[in-house]
Every structure is written in structure tokens, then in C-alpha cells.
Design a binder for this molecule. Structure first.
Ligand SMILES: *[C@@H]1O[C@H](CO)[C@@H](O)[C@H](O)[C@H]1NC(C)=O
Ligand SMILES: *[C@@H]1O[C@H](CO)[C@@H](O)[C@H](O)[C@H]1NC(C)=O
Ligand SMILES: *[C@@H]1O[C@H](CO)[C@@H](O)[C@H](O)[C@H]1NC(C)=O
Length: 378
């Protein structure tokens, strides 16, 4: 009972700062990243656009010599096809391309962002590329600025980017391109690398919103215990979306500029003892999947094929399943809709998924998420 009270309080009181009065809020963001490496099996034409407002093409990288987007013909064709096909859909969605990504060259971003001249070359090329291929905006996924100096570069980059975008819009009498960034789940890094904070003031001023990556709190780097890798709450550690989002709010980023990430994938472990199988149970290695990662579709297949026991964990707001020593933690319909309700109850701008093609063929999670965001409250 005491626990339930804790949960209810936490859900509706994310933080202590005063909430903005309800002044004509911006329309919600229901976004998803589209990994281009699955384009054959999952073309843009297959996207159910009724469930989303923005789709991100993932990813592009600038050349490490010219700092511009020198794209091969195949990529150029794919970009055209992506925007054309999504714009023609009923309803249409807005498109952005995302620059960088998890495995990308973080040092290249630092080199580009370190001085005004290279920044401008990169920025101009990004805008030209967006306009040329019909995108509505740009997203940067620099994982991650590694120290306070690189955080300053990041601030300089987005400030200069916004100025250039506004100037281009005025010059061409077109709506300005959107500019967003995918960021760490918390506004500050405490646990690894040099302690450092994202530039909240510049983010608030220059970005339309941030995509807060509320996932990957646990994974193959720690095989000693199972974990809810996208836990909304964790009473014992700072590894939770509640903690991370609160840190962004405390740093001063407006709630209306925060879009909460929700994973369409799970993480697996091999249990030490098949009879000890909760969240945080002792483990000895990763479990099924690709290095301990399964898409939502694969989790469903796994559960069905193995007749795994499925449990909903109210404490972390997550699901897990286990059979013998195999254990998978993931987000199901219930945890996803609870997170969407949490995001809306806390006046966040919306939510996004990594990644579009990981949902089941009938758009199970995306459909429930979209319905969970109550449209007519304004
Ligand atoms: C630039 O990229 C190429 C191809 O990926 C790589 O071989 C080269 O080492 C990179 N150069 C620098 C300076 O990072
Ligand atoms: C969590 O963050 C707070 C500050 O925000 C810090 O005082 C505390 O030590 C952190 N706890 C853990 C377990 O990292
Ligand atoms: C689990 O273990 C039982 C008993 O050893 C075995 O019959 C069953 O096939 C196993 N299931 C899976 C999915 O490995």
C-alpha cells in the first residue's frame, strides 16, 4: 500500500518546479527513428503515418574531410524516396534526418564543432541537404560530448545552427527547418567520464526539442544482474527515466521541449539460478538475441515459442519474461502506455521510439501509445 502511494505520487509529481500555466501548448510530438539499414524489409511506404507526427531518417554522417554531406547516389535516391513517400501518405508526417547515431565518430563532431568556420561549413551543408531532399528538419545525435570543452562546442554548434536556419528561412520565405537533438537520459553525466552537463540554456533557446534517450540503463556491459533497461522508476539508483527527466527539468529545459524516448526493444540475460528471476536477479551473461538485444517483435516470438512466463513489474514500469535461465526485460503495451501517460501528465512535448521497424507487424505498441496520448484535453 505504501508502495502504491509512492508510485502514484511519483507518476504525477515529476518535480518541484512550478508548472507552466496551460497556454496554447504546441502540438504533441509522436516520433520514431527509421533505421535506413532495414530499408529493404521496411520501406518508408510501409509506415502507418496515422500513428506518428515526425519520422527521423537514421542516420547520415558528414565527410570527415570536407565536413559536408557528400552522399553516394544510393543514399541520395533513398532520401528522396523517404521524404516523397512519407509526404504523400495520408495523413502526411514531417521528416527529419538524424546526424550521427550510437556508433558514429564522436571525435568528428568535436572537430567540426570546435571552430566557427568548420561549424558553418557543416551547418550550411546540412541545410542544403535538408532542402534539396525535402526534409522538414534536422536532428543531431552526437553520443556524446565527452568533457566540458566538448559541451561548450555543442552549445556553440546549436547556437550557430539556429541562427543560420532562421536566416535561411527569412531569405527563402520558407518555414524554418526544425532542429532537435538526441541526448543522454540525464542532463548531466555523473557516472562515467569527466562530470559534465549539457548546455541547458542554449538547448532551450536553439532547439525545437530534445529527444531524451530514456533507455539503455542496463545491458551487456553488466552481466552480473538482470535489469529493466528503460525503468521509469528505480528506488535504489539514478538509473531511471524519472531521475533523468527530472534532471533536465531542474537544469531549466522547458517541459514543452522534452520528448521522452521509449524503446521498442528489450535486453536479455542468462540467469545464474533459474529459480531466482526478478528484476535485479543474479546473472552470468547475456541471454537470447543479438548480443543480448531483441526487438519487440523478437521478444513476442521468444515468449510464444518458449512459453516463457511473462511478468509485469509495477515498480520499474516494465515487463520481463523468463524460461529456464533465459531472461528478457522489455517494454510491453502496459509499460509503454504508462510512460506515455506519464509524459503527458508531466506536460512533456511527446514521446519517440527507437526504432520504427521493431514494433510488431500490426503496430501494436505504436497504436496503443498513440491512443494513450489524450488529444482533446486542450
Ligand atoms: C576518415 O574516414 C575514413 C573512412 O571511414 C577513415 O578511413 C579515416 O581514418 C578517417 N580519417 C580520420 C582523420 O578520422
Ligand atoms: C544520484 O544523484 C544525486 C544527485 O542528483 C547524487 O547525490 C547521488 O549520489 C546519486 N546517486 C547515485 C546512486 O548515483
Ligand atoms: C526448459 O527446461 C526444460 C527442462 O529441462 C526443457 O524441457 C525445456 O525444453 C526448456 N525450455 C527452453 C525454452 O529452453
Amino acid at each position: 500500500m505504501a508502495f502504491l502511494r509512492f508510485l502514484i505520487c511519483s507518476v504525477f509529481v515529476l518535480t518541484f518546479t512550478a508548472r507552466a500555466a496551460h497556454m496554447s501548448p504546441s502540438p504533441p510530438v509522436k516520433a520514431a527513428y527509421w533505421p535506413s539499414w532495414f530499408s529493404e524489409s521496411f520501406p518508408p511506404s510501409a509506415v502507418n503515418t496515422a500513428l506518428f507526427t515526425h519520422i527521423y531518417y537514421a542516420f547520415l554522417m558528414p565527410s570527415n574531410r570536407s565536413f559536408t554531406f557528400d552522399l553516394p547516389e544510393t543514399t541520395r535516391a533513398e532520401l528522396s524516396q523517404f521524404t516523397t513517400s512519407l509526404r504523400r501518405k495520408n495523413p502526411p508526417v514531417k521528416t527529419l534526418f538524424s546526424i550521427g547515431g550510437g556508433g558514429s565518430d564522436s571525435d568528428l563532431f568535436a572537430r567540426i564543432a570546435s571552430n566557427a568556420k568548420s561549424r558553418q561549413i557543416f551547418i550550411d551543408s546540412s541545410i542544403n541537404t535538408a532542402r534539396k531532399f525535402g526534409f522538414d528538419g534536422l536532428d543531431i545525435d552526437w553520443e556524446f560530448p565527452k568533457d566540458t570543452t566538448e559541451m561548450k562546442y555543442f552549445a556553440d554548434l546549436i547556437t550557430q545552427w539556429r541562427k543560420t536556419i532562421d536566416r535561411e528561412a527569412k531569405l527563402t520565405s520558407r518555414p524554418p527547418l526544425l532542429l532537435s537533438a538526441a541526448v543522454y537520459y540525464a542532463s548531466e553525466f555523473r557516472t562515467y567520464g569527466e562530470p559534465r552537463s549539457f548546455p541547458a540554456a542554449e538547448i532551450s533557446k536553439s532547439l525545437d526539442w530534445i529527444n531524451v534517450m530514456c533507455f539503455d540503463y542496463h545491458g551487456s556491459w553488466d552481466t552480473t544482474a538482470t535489469g529493466a533497461h528503460a525503468a521509469l522508476f528505480d528506488p535504489h539508483t539514478n538509473l531511471s527515466s524519472h531521475y533523468g527527466l527530472r534532471s533536465w527539468i531542474s537544469a531549466g529545459v522547458p517541459r514543452s521541449k522534452m520528448v521522452m524516448g521509449i524503446p521498442l526493444y528489450g535486453k536479455s540475460w542468462t540467469l545464474k539460478d533459474p529459480y531466482v528471476h526478478g528484476v535485479g536477479a543474479p546473472a552470468v551473461g547475456v541471454g537470447p538475441g543479438d548480443q543480448g538485444i531483441l526487438t519487440y517483435v523478437q521478444v513476442k516470438e521468444f515468449n510464444k515459442k518458449t512459453q516463457a512466463t511473462v511478468v509485469y513489474d509495477i515498480r520499474t514500469v516494465s515487463a520481463y519474461s523468463y524460461v529456464n535461465t533465459s531472461w528478457v526485460g522489455y517494454d510491453d503495451i502496459k509499460s509503454t502506455t504508462t510512460k506515455v501517460e506519464f509524459a503527458q501528465a508531466n506536460d512533456l512535448r511527446g514521446y519517440f521510439f527507437w526504432a520504427l521497424s521493431y514494433d510488431s507487424g500490426d503496430w501494436e505498441i505504436s497504436t496503443h501509445a498513440s491512443k494513450a496520448w489524450v488529444e482533446d484535453q486542450y
